[in-house]
Design a protein around this ligand. Structure first.
Ligand SMILES: Nc1ncnc2c1ncn2[C@@H]1O[C@H](COP(=O)(O)OP(=O)(O)OP(=O)(O)O)[C@@H](O)[C@H]1O
Ligand SMILES: O=C(O)[C@@H](O)C(=O)CO
Length: 411
């Protein structure tokens, strides 16, 4: 049984659908599962945490609690720590501190990992992470509001956050079926974290087959898919038909990633009602939320599903952050968006689309949703989540989906 711990909510849905696609019956929990939960039959459990940008001691404590739950429920035969395919982390962590704690707790001698996710244009070569055809540190990720990424060499990024050394399993090792041999070599050299090069899905499948017995593996959803395929049978199983939701829809966008900015623009250009949350003019979450909900109440349903967003392009974002501080402005907007989500659900919204991992975490927490069942994918890695009571949720990673995803998902 695979037990996955994800450091944000969109990442959790991404890894849950990667496991499910390969035929593993996968449960998704937002936060620690409720006491006394009687889970249905399953092959994998994903616990979504919001630990990417919290204080590192808090991130470690929450991740260890999730590990204890997985162990107590027989779901820790192999643990997968899901971090972002763009290695989103602050200089303090939290990928390193969380991995150190999980690796120690599981007594994992070496932890193989890769953020490579070729289907989303993330690839790892010689330990360097590429986003499309540029290095991570030269990609749009250098402008991220909370986790700007300016370096691209993964071992250096992780060593700066961790007590242990990092190394690389290069592409010739992967393609020469020598992953296990290379891991043994790295172990002898005192390396604990091994970044596995992968340029294509097939590399992740090869790595997955070589790593099925590793107690702790980490990375983006791609390698989890490789492990799931190795468990489910060589080519994996075809996914079963998944349900699609219906009813009144709304989009809440807090991601400032370049793809979300395009998706927001497409919605606006299509004539959808759009309301921007302006942290500079209103610095109180309750007032921001009340104003947005009053705007929503005045809408004509015939205009289509609305968009409420705080997403800003880098130069404007910098101005807000300089005026209010990055953490404070993010917390203000996340709190406002959480309140707005509650208000929209009270007003009958049954399909809620959120853009951004932190933003999605804020919405799910505000709605008090314990977890859900994975439905159809609106885009690769972006499935609808059906929750026990409440709206169907589409938690979209900042950079995922075609430019018309937000528009099309809310038709
Ligand atoms: N106008 C703004 N000013 C300051 N901060 C903002 C603004 N709009 C959004 N933010 C903050 O930026 C952060 C964006 O992070 P979020 O995780 O939601 O998106 P993302 O990183 O693009 O998505 P993902 O993690 O899925 O890749 C949030 O904390 C959000 O509140
Ligand atoms: O890996 C990714 O890019 C996403 O699943 C993610 O973590 C978004 O926050």
């Amino acid at each position: 049984m695979i037990g996955a711990i994800a450091d944000d909510f969109t990442g959790a849905t991404d890894v849950a659908v990667a496991l499910r696609r390969r035929g593993l019956r996968t449960l998704l929990y937002f936060g620690l599962p409720p006491q006394g939960a009687q889970p249905p039959e399953h092959d994998a459990v994903v616990i979504a945490l919001k630990t990417r940008t919290v204080h590192k001691a808090d991130a470690v404590a929450r991740s260890l609690r999730a590990l204890r739950w997985l162990r107590a429920h027989g779901a820790a035969e192999q643990v997968y720590f899901k971090y972002c395919s763009t290695f989103d982390s602050t200089p303090e962590g939290n990928i390193g501190p969380v991995l150190d704690a999980l690796a120690d707790a599981l007594e994992a001698p070496i932890v193989p990992m890769t953020p490579s996710s070729p289907e989303h244009g993330r690839t790892q070569y010689n330990g360097y992470l590429f986003v499309g055809d540029v290095l991570l540190g030269e990609s749009h990720m250098r402008h991220h509001p909370l986790t700007p990424m300016t370096d691209s060499y993964l071992p250096r990024l992780l060593e700066a956050q961790s007590a242990y050394r990092s190394g690389v399993v290069t592409l010739p090792h992967v393609r020469g079926q020598a992953v296990e041999r290379r891991l043994a070599e790295l172990r002898e050299q005192g390396v604990r974290y091994a970044f596995v090069d992968a340029l294509a899905e097939e590399d992740l499948m090869t790595a997955g087959r070589a790593l099925v017995r590793a107690p702790l593996v980490a990375g983006a959803a791609g390698l989890a898919g490789g492990l799931a395929a190795a468990r489910a049978g060589a080519a994996g199983q075809e996914e079963t038909a998944a349900p699609e939701p219906s009813g009144p829809a709304a989009v809440l966008a807090g991601s400032c990633s370049s793809r979300t900015l395009e998706q927001v623009q497409v919605m606006i250009e299509a004539g959808r009602p759009a309301h921007r949350l302006d942290a500079l003019t209103e610095q109180d979450a309750d007032s921001l939320a009340r104003r947005a909900l009053a705007w929503y109440d005045a809408l004509d349903a015939r205009d289509g599903a609305p968009l409420i967003y705080s997403s800003l392009e880098p130069a404007k974002l910098r101005r807000v952050q300089q005026a209010l501080g990055a953490e404070r402005s993010a917390a203000l907007l996340e709190s406002a968006i959480g309140r707005i989500a509650r208000g929209l659900v009270e007003r009958g919204v049954t399909r809620l689309v959120t853009a951004g991992g932190e933003t999605s975490g804020a919405v799910v927490s505000a709605l008090g949703v314990p977890g859900g069942v994975i439905g159809a994918e609106a885009a690769r890695g972006v499935p609808w989540i059906f929750v026990p009571s409440g709206p169907a949720l589409l938690l979209k990673s900042g950079n995922f989906g075609d430019p018309d995803l937000l528009l099309e998902a809310t038709r």
